[in-house]
Design a protein around this ligand. Structure first.
Ligand code: SAM
Length: 268
């Protein structure tokens, strides 16, 4: 039988492991570090961008838990679990919080097992691809873990920029959101070139494509389009560093350093 180890190709860069490298983790390989360094060569603030994305994740989960009473999360494009993952943050506020993690990197599955085992059924992990939302929504483990009658926090953080325009990113998000009850909340963070010079944007694009991890940076309007038909929560679509960040250490990194937008919206 094929197991995760036989499917983990460490010779090509992968977003989860490259992100782990930027965050200072140890779960990455030479190809990930090369790709990470290539992006950092074009965008020296990339590590700040990654750290600020994690800070945004934390603030968003706290906000959904405390202010909206959301206690179950579907976190797609989870990344290699690290301190401050969605379950850890949610559980600190809501002890019976439930989380389904989804990622398409078999290495993430490996690292998630411990978290799943220690959660007594409150955390499930499924290896699946965001580009196949029906497979995610119909998964038996997901259905056994999340209560379909109660609001869900749908977390799509730093993952939609890996879905190209030809792969129907807006339809994917719509399909996922349509399956959620009213009162659910869609949370997105997304890489953008809005604060880069055209030369920097081209260099980032080239470095990603050359190292095998192409991404589609989207403008503010393109990110806002993911929330069509929903009620955006204040402050709307803003750089990750500015989303409900009054309590964070000041001064905040600049939008150019953030290089990502963040927003959350209620499902009506
Ligand atoms: C940059 S990391 C973000 C991790 C986490 N969401 C965060 O914001 O801290 C992107 C994650 O998305 C995953 N990913 C990329 N494309 C995906 C896809 N099509 N389906 C599922 N996961 C995907 C990668 O494996 C990686 O773990």
């Amino acid at each position: 039988m094929e197991d995760a180890n036989t499917r983990i190709d460490t010779t090509v860069a992968h977003p989860a492991r490259r992100y782990n490298y930027w965050l200072g983790g140890k779960d990455n390989f030479a190809a990930d570090r090369e790709s990470g360094d290539a992006i950092a060569g074009a965008l020296p603030a990339i590590r700040t961008s990654a750290i600020e994305n994690r800070r945004f994740l934390r603030r968003a989960v706290i906000h959904l838990s405390r202010k909206l009473g959301i206690s179950q999360f579907l976190d797609i494009g989870t990344g290699i679990p690290s301190a401050g993952n969605t379950y850890e943050v949610a559980r600190a506020i809501t002890p019976d919080a439930r989380v389904v993690y989804v990622d398409n990197d078999p290495l993430v599955l490996e690292y998630s097992q411990e978290l799943v085992r220690g959660s007594a059924g409150a955390v499930a992990y499924l290896e699946a691809d965001l580009r196949d939302p029906q497979r995610i929504l119909n998964d038996a483990t997901l259905r056994a873990t999340l209560d379909p009658g109660r609001p869900v926090g749908l977390m799509l953080l730093a993952v939609l920029h890996f879905v190209g325009d030809a792969e129907h990113p807006y339809r994917i998000v719509k399909d996922l959101v349509s399956a959620l009850p009213a009162g659910s909340c869609l949370v997105i963070s997304h890489a953008t070139a809005d604060f880069m010079s055209p030369e920097t944007a081209a260099a980032v694009d080239e470095a990603g494509t050359r190292s095998g991890v192409p991404s589609r940076l989207r403008s503010r309007a393109e990110v806002a389009r993911f929330f069509e038909g929903m009620s955006l929560l204040p402050p709307g679509v803003v750089p990750t560093t500015q989303w409900r960040a009054a309590a964070e250490p000041q001064p905040r990194p600049t939008p150019a350093e953030a290089a990502m937008y963040a927003a959350a919206a209620l499902v009506r």
